[in-house]
Design a binder for this molecule. Sequence first.
Ligand code: GTP
Ligand code: SPV
Ligand code: MN
Length: 647
Amino acid sequence: MPELIEQSKIISANGCGLPQLHKQRQDNCGLYSHIRGIPTSYGDASSLTAGVRSFVEEAVALCQPDQVHICDGSEQENKMLIKSLLESGTIVPLPKYDNCWLARTNPGDVARVESKTFICTEERSETIPTPKDGVKGTLGNWISPVDMEAAIQARFPGCMKGRTMYVVPFSMGPVGSPLSKIGIEVTDSAYVVASMRIMTRMGAAVLQQLAKKEEFVRALHCVGTPANGVVEMPSWPCDPERTIILHKPAENLIVSYGSGYGGNSLLGKKCFALRIGSTIAKREGWLAEHMLILGITNPKGVKKYITAAFPSACGKTNLAMLNPSLANYKVECVGDDIAWMKFDSQGVLRAINPENGFFGVAPGTSVETNPIAMSTVFKDTIFTNVASTSDGGVYWEGMESSLAPNVQITDWLGKPWSKESGKPAAHPNSRFCTPAAQCPIIDSAWEDPAGVPISAMLFGGRRPAGVPLIYQARDWTHGVFIGAAMRSEATAAAEHKGKVIMHDPFAMRPFFGYNFGHYVAHWLSMEKRGQVPKIFHVNWFRKSDEGKFMWPGYGENSRVLEWILRRVSEEPCYENSAIGLIPADGELNVAGMKEKIDMKQLFSLPKDFWTQEVKDIRTYFESQVGADLPASIYAELEKLEKRVADL
Ligand code: GTP
Ligand code: SPV
Ligand code: MN
């Protein structure tokens, strides 16, 4: 981002949505104990670099907080934050565990809001492909610079009156790694600060790094107040009606208003690491993806790293922490949600996890399904919207077996709960926010500034019908096609209703920072830049006619990873199928499985299903992406259509 310093001048000059202000003189003692006349209640304003200072000054003038707190990331600061969160009733203690807290949000603020998330560019076509006439685009939302400015002016002036503005310096990736990037989030939510401290490298070290090289993404966040001035739930202020999440890639700027939840407010995550990140990656020739990163060692001691892109709530955290059922395999975790990948000077694709923690789906996490997560989250963790127990612990769907007898359960809304309630105790999108370093299988190279070398990439989603457990792409272009054609059942991670099968290309549909057609072209171009990994598609979620999962999943997925590793080392353990390479008869190791697996059904390719599938993919490509989709992807679709016709 070498142009950023230049941009910071431009931003100061033209306001970029924040009013233009005059530089404030430092006060007499030489310390910046005021910022534009507003006292700093914590931290040292003189530690701010010039660009950060001018961003904060603009934010102060716009939002008019009562005081400014400059975060240093210290233990002492965290204690203060927790104390204030307890006082406001935002969190309650969980005395059963060590330094764990439970936040209950306003029930209107429980997930990302894709419909209120916008990318701002001069031209609409830079942000989204042009859908066919009369078709509503589903590949992101565009906003013009004028409308973005108006949206800010309608919400932000004076929005922090009576509140504290926190200045959060954070690094995505290890501080100082050549693959890392820095952000400054300005927020009025102590919950966000405490969560950013877990999810990113946050505090004084980041400011010191900025002093060496001043490049950073600006992120402004406010929980907001409803237009009628009535704060429904003082412990969780928000403004769901007017929530808006804005990104301006040309200025590396994020502006988020109205929600305190997850990806809406922890701006380092989806807003920076994926939306803004993907635009930086396009410019600089690398990839910013919604992918887990894991290391897997086979019984011979050979270790490979794999990434996998599954849509939200489709199994990334679970796979990243896999406890292999196959003997003598070892999985280690580098990251569970986001991968930044770049070719090194040898042409090897290397990945870092830009995050520092896991913001994981709680329901379904259990000692049976993800014992590693269960041994990570009961220390130094902030839980959000899970249920609580009368013995000071947490509870969610899936934890039945670890529930102590005679405990009373209080659901995520704070109401008494029993199995007979007929509603889930924890919100389906309830989460744990926990430090990655605590994960017992965290990879020894997870903070390696050079990243880890990637041998294979997986795409996958929730496909109850028609899609087999595993297949391999024939080559890179075919693999990119598979990513572009991905579909999955909707989950609770966003505002979608029901179990509809949605297109979710590359598991990035809610996270593209620029036109999806151009994104596919960028992916295709990676093949010219270095050695590209092999690409696979997996589906743990195929169901039988009786509606049961045909594959047990979780630890048993190690069997699929074993086949992938064998393919990475070019073992001829495959056969051709209409959709790609699948395990040859007997080559997927199912020896010793508890369940009897109907392999024929699991790998069947019903002609009627695939005929409809290729039709749907064509309709989707033609109506949503049109001419922006590279011709070679249409050519892949044609090849698939021909093979499906021969089924
Ligand atoms: P985000 O954090 O939203 O990006 O989600 P994620 O992709 O990390 O999903 P996660 O691993 O948290 O899984 C979401 C849900 O899928 C949980 O309820 C899991 O129990 C369930 N799940 C994960 N892996 C499997 C599997 O192999 N089989 C089955 N049947 N369910 C799974
Ligand atoms: C997702 O929805 O993919 C998440 C959770 O990882 S959030 O941080 O809310 O985006
Ligand atoms: Mn995610």
